[in-house]
Design a protein around this ligand. Structure first.
Ligand code: NZQ
Ligand code: ZN
Length: 384
């Protein structure tokens, strides 16, 4: 096992009516920014539930942060934070709202320079942020228990992740009943994203980490079993709860400490979102199986273990590894994911050309063996 340092300062409050704990979690005298997306929280009652708990607190609102949150919109929120002297940000919504909340929390107190350049491109360690808490409504990103944030720059057509120890939410409220209202597309996206997070951390080469591998296989087994249940019955509380906790644990560090990680599928997927506007989960449903197929020999050991444990496959290692990739595709299709670029009207030749050129220009190399370069990316995308 590799050396690691682990700290997660986020307080998680999980379960039905957990929003009622908001008054005890919020700093009493803080001026709060209630920060949310395009309005799903107004349609499903979450907004009203939060407003009820904000009684007695001073707050202002910022709405309209979009999926694949944009830097440009974030900067409008930064202006509001400064104008209104906000000192606590409460994100209510999916991973996009929360990622944007983490970014504006850092951008609003940045002493000098352009936040896109300083925080994301130069990735200078930030030294202060405003505190962020959240009511998370979409199981997918794990943003509710990590220090990662992914921001898109509309004008430049770029999408990049950044992270900081200071970007962890102080608290996260997770009420699985809030996910009853998710459209099928977003439920599916969330399951695919969770699946991909595990594969990026698990499906590399072995450095003898049975605890982490066990966590990973447990998350995968859970989503394979519970995923179809939430699609068949969106109001199945226990299935929704298990899916949510699987998503949170999928990217809160427990699976990723001390192991070798990959992140090639995410690296390529972010480009598809930046260029063609695909949802994050949609991009992964297309790219992950293609990356696994491309790397099947070098990933055979972990793929075969997964195939045996999750899909009860038998046979020799490479054969099981190959059939495991087929099973993953079958699973994605069974939860109504689309796994070809053409399903989204994207020309694979155009995607392969544009993205491999970007990687060539940037000198990008991805994957646990740093062998997913521009040329490999082109081949992978041509198989999508
Ligand atoms: O904007 P509103 O109106 O709220 O609607 C949202 C949005 O349209 C809707 N939604 C959310 N909760 C709902 C709901 N609709 C009905 N009922 C609910 N309970 O769903 C749509 C998608 O929301 P979004 O927040 O964009 O989805 P998600 O949570 O999947 O976040 C995706 C973003 O997170 C990034 C992705 O790249 C993408 O930008 N990621 C963040 C990571 C992290 N912070 O660790 C890691 C991931 O790999 C990922 O890159
Ligand atoms: Zn992801």
């Amino acid at each position: 096992m590799n050396n690691f340092t682990f700290k997660c300062p986020t307080k998680v409050v999980f379960g039905k009516n957990s929003v009622e704990q908001l008054p005890t979690l919020l700093p009493k005298d803080a001026k709060i920014l209630l920060f949310y997306g395009g309005g799903s929280i107004k349609r499903n009652g979450v907004y009203d539930a939060v407003i009820k708990e904000l009684k007695g607190h001073k707050f202002v609102e910022f709405s309209g942060i979009e999926p694949n949150p944009k830097y440009e919109t974030c900067m409008q929120a930064v202006k509001l934070i400064k104008d209104e002297n906000v000192d606590f940000i409460l994100s209510v919504g999916g991973g996009s709202a929360l990622d944007a909340a983490k970014f504006i929390a850092a951008a609003a107190v940045l002493e000098a320079g352009d936040p896109w350049e300083e925080i994301i491109i130069k990735a200078k360690p930030i030294t202060k942020t405003l505190p962020v808490g959240d009511v998370i409504t979409l199981p997918a990103t794990g943003s509710e228990m990590n220090g990662i944030s992914v921001i898109s720059h509309k004008e430049k057509g770029l999408k990049f992740a950044w992270s900081s120890e200071l970007a962890y939410p102080v608290f996260s409220i997770i009420d699985p009943t809030y996910t009853f209202s998710l459209p099928q597309r977003q439920t599916t996206n969330g399951i695919v994203d969770t699946f991909a997070h595990i594969m990026e951390q698990y499906c590399t080469y072995d450095v003898d980490t049975p605890v982490q591998d066990g966590f990973c296989l447990s998350v995968i087994k859970t989503i394979v079993k519970e995923g179809p249940k939430v699609l068949a019955n969106p109001q199945d509380y226990n299935a929704r709860a298990n899916i949510f906790w699987a998503a949170t644990c999928g990217l809160n560090g427990w699976c990723g400490v001390g192991v070798i990680q990959d992140w090639a599928s995410h690296g390529i997927g972010h480009e598809l979102s930046a260029i063609y506007g695909l949802d994050h989960g949609q991009s992964l449903a297309v790219v992950l199986p293609a990356v696994l197929e491309y790397c099947v020999k070098e990933k055979a050991q972990k793929l075969a273990l997964l195939g045996r444990e999750v899909f009860a496959l038998e046979g020799d290692e490479l054969d099981v590894a190959k059939r495991t990739v087929d099973k993953i595709k079958e699973f994605f299709l069974s939860i109504e994911a689309q796994i070809k670029l053409s399903d989204f009207g994207v020309d694979k030749n155009d995607a392969a050309k544009q993205i491999s050129e970007r990687f060539k220009e940037r000198g990008t190399v991805l994957g646990e063996r740093a062998n997913i370069d521009a040329k490999a990316t082109k081949e992978i995308l041509l198989s999508c």
